[in-house]
Design a protein around this ligand. Structure first.
Ligand code: NAP
Length: 565
């Protein structure tokens, strides 16, 4: 019986490199790799060896006959991907090229950030070179979006942190947490102590809607909502109010799907995860019954991935409905007939086939001004753009304008407006990078200006010697965790090429000098020993409650746990 890849696939291709028969695709060197939601196993070629399941860092690979309940659909999704790519069966062997320059010398490299892109960067550097690495994070705990972004009910995705933990414990790596570059230590100081600095700082801010009422209490950016349920220490425990029955989530990506799912999942199920204690308590008291996912475009342009949407459809005790509208109905019908003529419904026949995944969901007339009905439900409302948030001192309503899609795919307003009554509106319309003092920033893209990972001066296009960028700070806020692996490879390749070409600046002071500088500026710097103590404290608290860990949710708590050796 063949194996199949399931919902939690992180696309980092660890499975591809161990498959003895090359039956997992797309591989990193195939064109679809950049756009695919997940990887797939060809059941006709799979020899059932299980090497992929052992290598998968997020526990996403299972024998097809062991798939149960909602996961059974992944057997079909894996098989159908190969039906949709019938000409690709002369698969070449996957290649993972790295031309290591012969003489690199002893490099000292700083990586700013400890999230997935930083983890993959450090892993690449440790594997390929004898470099010493300094890792720095503004928070007193590692993980970035792996700890503070991935939803708590996606525990197997978080397992990838274990492979990064072994990287962080490498004797050639030093950890300096609770230190902010640009505030505690400048870029210039960091650069002066290292041959190269790699910025893996993500995209910390949210995009703005730019509509009246956006900053009313009760209107929250997704980063705040996600940080709240994930115990991000900069988000207060009382940041979210769940006293209203209807919540509107603006946006139609995977983060919006995560938020809708967390709002309506039975809290008893969340109690077995590492969700923040304050969020669990608030969700137990929550009055929220209805979550509206508001999309300005149609179902064919949804930004969520298939696997995440299929999981949402299967949420126990929650009905998922689609607001009935002629254009939406037509898009679903057209997608179904297109995919049926090419393959099975819901397969990979093109991006617009996402609309086919809505087939079978109830199409209902929807009145957002009325009280939500009984029971918990998610309403998918398409072709609706937010116009204004209003309320007396806090959000009470969101005005939306009906939109239509022009022939060229642009969203056009129709002028028809209506009002959704909601006590909480979460703006989940994507992240945005934040400029770092001393680093060039591309305001339009919201990223650090770069070429192949080399940070460049936007005015001259010239690289800043020894300065690199990786992850969302480099490519913008898109792609799952595994996408950072290829991204880190590109940046590390550029760095190693520069090392071989002897264009990296030679640092003056040594590692000890840098550590002294950091300690002077941040006496409460957190190192690996303290990090271990935090990890132990969280796991011990979790063990007592039958949970993977109970997260410490504030900086003082984290620092105190770190001091308790
Ligand atoms: P995203 O995928 O870029 O989705 C943003 C959504 O906001 C889109 O639906 C977009 O609609 C909408 N939007 C943007 N501007 C808007 C505006 N002014 N008014 C109304 N709607 C607007 O962003 P995301 O959900 O934050 O996710 C970021 C990345 O993380 C994605 O690659 C995602 O797949 C990944 N992620 C993955 C997982 C997972 O695998 N489980 C979980 C979370 C996040 P248009 O398309 O019309 O612009």
């Amino acid at each position: 019986m063949a194996y199949a890849i399931t919902q939690t696939c992180c696309n980092d291709a660890s499975c591809v490199s161990v498959c003895p028969v090359n039956c997992i695709h797309p591989t990193p060197d195939e064109p679809e790799f950049g756009t695919t939601d997940m990887l797939y196993i060809d059941p006709r070629a799979c020899i059932d060896c299980g090497a992929c399941a052992d290598a998968c860092p997020v526990d996403a690979v299972f024998p097809v006959d062991r798939l149960r309940g909602p996961d059974t659909v992944f057997g079909d999704l894996n098989r159908d991907w190969f039906r949709d790519h019938p000409n690709d069966h002369a698969w070449g062997a996957p290649s993972f090229p790295r031309s290591l320059p012969g003489e690199l010398g002893a490099l000292r490299i700083a990586v700013v950030g400890t999230g997935p892109s930083a983890g993959y960067t450090a892993q690449e550097l440790l594997r390929s070179t004898s470099a010493e690495i300094t890792m720095i994070d503004r928070l007193p705990v590692t993980g970035g979006l792996l700890r503070h972004g991935v939803a708590p009910d996606h525990q197997s995705t978080k397992r990838i942190a274990e492979s990064f933990a072994s990287v962080f414990h490498d004797p050639r790596l030093r950890m300096h947490l609770n230190v902010e570059i640009g505030t505690d230590v400048t870029h210039q100081e960091l650069a002066a102590h290292h041959h190269a600095v790699v910025y893996a700082v993500g995209a910390a801010a949210d995009r703005r809607l730019g509509i009246p009422g956006e900053d009313l209490p009760g209107s929250l950016p997704a980063t705040a909502f996600v940080g709240w349920y994930n115990a991000e220490p900069t988000v207060p425990a009382d940041a979210v109010e769940l006293s209203a029955e209807r919540v509107v989530v603006v946006g139609n990506g995977n983060v919006a799907v995560d938020i809708a799912r967390i709002l309506l999942t039975d809290p008893d199920r969340l109690a077995a995860t590492d969700i923040a204690d304050h969020a669990l308590a608030a969700l137990r008291r929550s009055r929220v019954r209805e979550v509206v996912l508001l999309a300005r475009r149609g179902p064919g342009q949804a930004a969520w991935t298939r696997a995440e949407f299929l999981a949402l459809r299967q949420l126990p005790g929650v009905e998922v409905v689609v607001e009935d509208h002629p254009e939406v109905r037509a898009a679903i019908e057209a997608a179904v007939s297109r995919t049926q003529s090419q393959a099975g419904p819901g397969t990979q026949a093109g991006p617009e086939s996402r609309a086919a995944l809505l087939a079978g969901l109830p199409l209902v007339p929807y009145d957002g001004a009325a009280e939500p009905g009984p029971g918990r439900r998610i309403v998918l409302r398409f072709l609706s753009a937010p116009v204004e948030l209003s309320g007396d001192g806090r959000v009470e309503a969101l005005t939306v304008e009906r939109t239509t899609l022009a022939a060229d795919g642009r969203v056009e307003g129709t002028g028809a407006e209506d009002v959704l009554r909601a006590g909480l509106v979460v703006r989940s319309i994507g992240h945005r990078g934040v400029p770092l003092p001393g680093l060039p920033f591309d305001e339009r893209a919201g990223t650090v200006a770069h070429r192949d990972g080399r940070v460049v001066d936007p005015a001259t296009g010239r690289p800043l010697p020894g300065t690199y960028v990786v992850g969302w700070a480099k490519r913008g806020p898109s792609g799952g965790i595994g996408a950072n692996r290829a991204c880190a490879r590109e940046t590390v390749d550029a760095l190693l090429d520069d090392a071989a070409a002897r264009t990296l600046p030679v640092p003056g002071p040594g590692r000890k000098d840098f550590e002294r500088l950091v300690r002077r500026r941040r006496p409460d710097v957190v190192g690996l020993r303290e990090l271990r103590a935090v990890d132990r404290a969280e796991r011990e608290r979790g063990e007592a409650e039958g949970r993977p860990r109970v997260k410490l949710a504030t900086v003082p708590e984290l620092l105190a746990a770190g001091r308790r050796r």
